[in-house]
Write a protein that binds this ligand. Structure first.
Ligand SMILES: [Zn+2]
Length: 1077
């Protein structure tokens, strides 16, 4: 039976298009009930059983009829299946994902609507349906002869769909009547609910249907929704945020040159300081500060926003080092009692801003005028659309003349103007995600703990850049001291904080497993096990896979046999994912043949497969202190692709002829098969080089490589490559518990440099080759030159030491870094390199067709072109580059559509850059977690160096552990009289009488402790910060007193050094990450 079904679709541009599809109606669709006696249903069941035979699922659930004969039973509806409507899924997908929610019928109509409304929710629903343990069933009501609903002429598509849904539920009700099972329509649409009940259909709201799950009170918590009345009761003086501009007004304002747009980034040390990097009319990118919650106007970290630039009088003239301890924010709102018309959220604590600092002035000027000015901004942008912009600003305060972006261009260089500030007038795209959070400890202290009645509570995100979130919960008593996930639902302008709901519990704060899950979630690291679909793309032979000359195209001439070469690999101890191996041979003409052999991952990971899609999504392997989260399944990463010794392995080889001075004479690339002769650790390789009694071919090969690497390195340095530094930590973990037993700074060996040198050479050679073949769609990596201003604070601090950094070029910088030595302090140069690294820009992947060749430059490596080729097991960029390189040398190579489409490749680059950044941050967070675990309950006194000056504190690096923390100069106990205050001219912290100062590079002594107050006591301990206290120099009112120090020293049990036999050593940075490049 064939029907035409017409759809009205709204296109992306907003046009309405009518499409007609041929529509088949069928009479062989089953109802999904596992014991249904109807002939059609039994038939569908047995057919599915036959099809499922080869891969019989272990769950025993028939995919054609997964709905249970014994579903949940309730007093109101008896045994029932849930049939949610579209909005129920959109609003409550978090609840439906809970494994407890089973026996759900997903109507075809609902799926169609979901696909149009939210692909994210659609995919999540599909994922549940696929999970055979869940007993969810898609009932194709749109194709069922008895449930299809023709659209009436007068009917809107929405009404038609609602009717189709009710019709399907009614039919299922009749069909299942004899089995005494009720299909229960779940909808929060009052109209639909009423009409359903009028038709005699069982229907209920979401919260009603969750009553059946009374043993899971958290499900009701996940309904969220804090009422306006409750919000107002808590914030009696709150006057609300200004209205956002509509999307049309925002577009008009951007087009008319009145607004700028960019992504809001909140400073990690100050949640009240945001900034937006925006393109200005003159083509330059500039940073515009957005200070305080009032001007952020409900935008949060990562949102794409439209910003109006504030009058010049409100621009900021001081450096941005303000620091706000989040404890200050934990003061219960009810105690704040904001004054009428004030902007209570710009509550910069007095201690954080010295009396006359612009930050503090900003607080005062913001009062009163802000809402009106933003309203004026709204009016202004709207007026732009109607070409009547000029009269709009009449109601704003005296000098509150917003600055047009075009006018910023001419004056931005003038230091007197300060840095532009702005306010958010509209949100272009929200970037809300799920947040790991904990209960506001202050709230927990005063709430009705024992009560299980729903209460509204504040939760704090682990990410301190995110504002407090209000949720409604029945579990306030059990959530104290816990980590859990929350989602934001909305941020109405009447509400000071966003509103959200509880999603799921993670576990106790401070627990290693819980905290590790937190850091993975917070850094958006996909860490679930690989799905069956992905594993199905692995070689069928599994671990028994061996090289086959026929299958692997050796015989077809597509692969070179290099098994007789003396190839070896050099890696950190315990390395199991070996993606590179090397060889060198002296040639009869006195030159050298050098080969870099990289795991041939793309031989196993083909474009278009589920495994390729998963690797592209993960983008990188993530290294934590105690574990690795792989980009590729272990069978490939640590076995079939890993270039281990004594087995045949497929490789992609880059082979040069180098002269005795390591100049490239020629280069060739080919797929190969190698047979590595040895897997060395750095130490083993080094001792071979150093042992004169060894002269076997492999040792000779390593020695030649080392000799050539030194020449390559010298030439690179002469060209201006930077030797930068970052503090690195090495943990020793107890074998059984994986608890840290020791932590120390790691030392680099000569042989690390050897491997690095040839990897750089291979990456550069490959970059040239693929760019030659694919000038517009090569995947490259660039490192932009840092602007001179990035070095301002550093230069300032170096001046008293008689040192100046030359930042004009990387060569000048490299040379001035080499000269910057203090004979009295051997660590100084390393420290300077660490701080210089922090002035650098981020290196990034990009598609060659989107940049000019001048922009390809890699500043840190001093090379004109660069890419990543050498780590395909753990970086997806390298997988893409392997495909490009293969296509450059072999016309027949298949490489997938992403590599020929500039847009697709740019999108993939965005993913790669994001994942790469997140992986680095996750690694750092893991170090921080283990550092805190290590120092818990210990008190250690150590020398350190000042690495950062903040308005109310200073950062200290402790070289012996490679860790960094902050000494606060103002405590909550004495916020009014800080012992040291920020002094702008000297960029230092000075005492009121000017007698004491703390400046960058200064040597200090500190006591380290991890706050081990009860976990629910305060925000700091919930975030588990390492606390540092100053011992030397002695600053009255700040340093630890002599008595206290004596007591601490007496009580301090020095951390016990590890028993060598019981520990494994973990280097927190993979050598590849040392490059940062
Ligand atoms: Zn049936």
């Amino acid at each position: 039976m064939l029907r035409n079904k017409s759809f009205v679709k709204r296109t992306r541009k907003g046009n309405v298009v009518r499409t007609v599809k041929e529509h088949y109606l069928r009479d062989d669709i089953g109802c999904g009930y596992e014991a249904c006696a109807h002939a059609v249903c039994a038939q569908a069941r047995s057919e599915a059983e036959e099809r499922a035979q080869p891969a019989a699922g272990s769950s025993g659930v028939n995919p054609a009829a997964p709905l249970s004969a014994t579903p949940r039973d309730s007093a109101d509806w008896g045994r029932h299946y849930l049939v949610p409507d579209t909005n129920a899924f959109v609003n409550q997908i978090d609840i439906f994902e809970r494994p407890i929610i089973n026996n759900v019928v997903v109507l075809g109509t609902v799926l169609d609507e979901l696909r149009g409304l939210s692909m994210a929710v659609y995919n999540r629903v599909r994922a549940i349906v696929r999970d055979s343990g869940r007993r969810w069933y898609v009932f194709s009501n749109e194709h069922h002869r008895d449930t299809f609903a023709e659209r009436a002429a007068s009917e809107s598509p929405n009404d038609r769909n609602d009717r189709a849904i009710r019709r399907a539920v009614a039919w299922l009700g009749e069909h299942l009547g004899s089995a005494q099972i009720t299909p229960l329509l779940v909808t929060n649409d009052e109209g639909n609910l009423r009409r359903a009940r009028d038709d005699g259909i069982s229907a209920c709201r979401m919260d009603e249907c969750l009553q059946v799950y009374s043993e899971h009170p958290e499900l009701l918590d996940m309904m969220g929704s804090v009422s306006i009345a409750e919000r107002n009761a808590e914030d009696p003086g709150w006057t609300g945020y200004p209205e956002h501009l509509s999307p049309v007004q925002v577009q008009a304002g951007l087009k008319g040159g009145l607004l700028i747009q960019g992504t809001l980034q909140i400073a990690p040390f100050n949640y009240l300081e945001g900034s937006v990097l925006a393109a200005f009319p003159d083509g330059k990118e500039r940073r515009v500060l957005v200070l305080g919650r009032a001007d952020m106007n409900r935008a949060i970290q990562g949102d794409r926003v439209a910003v109006q630039i504030l009058p010049k009088a409100q621009w900021r003239k001081a450096p941005s080092e303000a620091l706000v301890d989040e404890d200050e924010d934990a003061v219960p709102d009810v105690d704040k009692k904001p004054a009428e018309g004030a902007v209570p959220d710009v509550a910069v604590p007095d201690a954080a801003a010295p009396p006359d600092s612009p930050a503090r002035k900003r607080v005062r000027t913001a009062g009163g005028g802000s809402a009106a000015a933003a309203a004026a901004a709204a009016a202004a942008a709207a007026a732009a659309a109607t070409a009547a912009a000029d009269q709009a600003e009449t109601e704003s305060a005296e000098d509150a003349e917003p600055v047009k972006p075009a006018d910023v261009a001419d004056s931005a260089d003038s230091a007197a103007d300060g840095e532009p500030t702005g306010r958010v007038v509209g949100i272009i795209r929200r970037n809300w995600r799920s947040y790991c959070a904990f209960l506001d400890p202050n709230f927990a202290g005063r709430s009705a703990r024992a009560s299980s009645a729903p209460t509204t509570v504040s939760v704090l995100a682990m990410d301190r850049r995110i504002p407090k979130i209000r949720i409604r919960t029945r579990q306030a008593s059990t959530l104290a001291g816990q980590r859990f996930v929350v989602a934001i639902d909305s941020w109405p302008k009447e509400s000071r904080y966003p509103q959200g709901h509880f999603v799921r519990a993670l576990g106790s704060a401070g627990d290693k497993a819980t905290e590790t899950e937190v850091l993975l979630l917070e850094h958006d690291v996909p860490f679930q096990p690989f799905t069956q679909n992905v594993r199905a793309d692995l070689p069928a032979e599994g671990a028994a896979w061996v090289f086959d000359p026929e299958r692997d195209q050796l015989n077809a001439g597509k692969r070179r046999d290099l098994r007789d070469l003396n190839v070896c690999s050099i890696d950190p101890p315990g390395c199991t994912d070996i993606d590179d191996a090397l060889h060198a041979i002296e040639l009869p003409n006195g030159n050298y043949q050098v080969g870099v052999h990289i795991a041939d991952v793309t031989n196993f990971v083909k474009p278009g497969t589920a495994m390729d899609a998963e690797a592209a999504y993960r983008s990188t392997t993530v290294y934590l202190v105690d574990r690795r989260i792989d980009m590729l399944p272990e069978l490939l990463g640590t076995n079939l692709c890993s270039l281990m010794s004594k087995v045949d392995r497929l490789a992609f080889s880059c082979v040069w002829e180098l002269d005795r001075d390591a100049n490239i004479v020629s280069v060739a690339f080919h797929k190969s098969v190698i047979h590595s002769k040895a897997s060395f650790t750095y130490d083993e390789a080094q001792s071979r080089i150093d042992d004169p009694s060894l002269n076997d071919p492999i040792t000779k090969s390593v020695r030649d490589l080392n000799m050539l690497a030194k020449k390559l390195r010298r030439r690179r340095m002469e060209a201006g490559a930077l030797t930068l530094s970052s503090p690195e930590v090495r943990f020793r973990l107890e074998n059984d518990s994986q608890d840290p037993v020791d932590v120390e700074m790691k030392a680099l060996k000569d042989t690390n440099a050897l491997v690095e040198e040839f990897m750089l050479l291979a990456n550069i050679s490959v970059a040239r080759k693929i760019h030659e073949h694919f000038p517009d769609s090569s995947l490259l990596r660039r490192h932009p030159e840092p602007p001179a201003q990035n070095f301002d604070n550093l230069q300032h601090a170096l001046k008293p030491l008689g040192i100046q950094l030359e930042t004009g070029s990387s060569l000048a910088l490299a040379q001035s870094l080499d000269r910057a030595v203090l004979p009295a302090d051997p660590y100084f140069n390393n420290l300077l390199r660490i701080l210089t690294t922090r002035c650098m820009m981020q290196a990034q992947y990009f598609c060659s067709g989107t940049r000019t060749p001048e922009e390809f430059r890699h500043y840190g490596l001093a090379t004109g072109i660069y890419t990543h080729f050498t780590s395909p097991i753990r970086r997806y960029a390298d997988v893409m580059v392997h495909r490009l390189l293969h296509a450059s040398i072999d016309r027949d190579a298949g490489y997938g559509s992403v590599l020929t489409d500039k847009t697709k490749m740019s999108e993939q680059c965005d993913v790669l850059n994001h994942r790469h950044r997140m992986a680095q941050q996750a690694g750092r967070s893991s170090v921080e977690l283990f550092t805190n675990l290590f120092f818990k309950g210990k008190t250690v006194e150590e020398p350190g160096y000042v690495t950062q000056i903040l308005q109310n504190g200073f950062g200290v690096l402790i070289p012996s552990y490679g860790i960094e923390g902050v000494v606060y100069t103002a405590s909550k106990d004495a916020p009014a009289a800080p012992a040291l205050a920020y002094d702008q001219p000297s960029h230092a912290l000075v005492s009121p009488d000017g007698g004491q100062a703390i400046a960058l590079f200064q040597r200090v002594r500190v006591v380290l402790q991890v706050d081990d107050k009860p976990v629910s006591a305060n925000v700091s301990s919930m975030r588990r910060k390492l606390s540092l206290r100053l011992v030397e120099p002695q600053v009255p009112g700040l340093s630890v007193s002599a008595d206290e120090l004596a007591a601490l020293r007496a009580a301090a049990a020095a951390p016990s050094r590890a028993d060598e036999n019981r520990v494994v050593e973990i280097v927190t940075k993979h050598p590849d990450q040392v490059q940062t490049v």
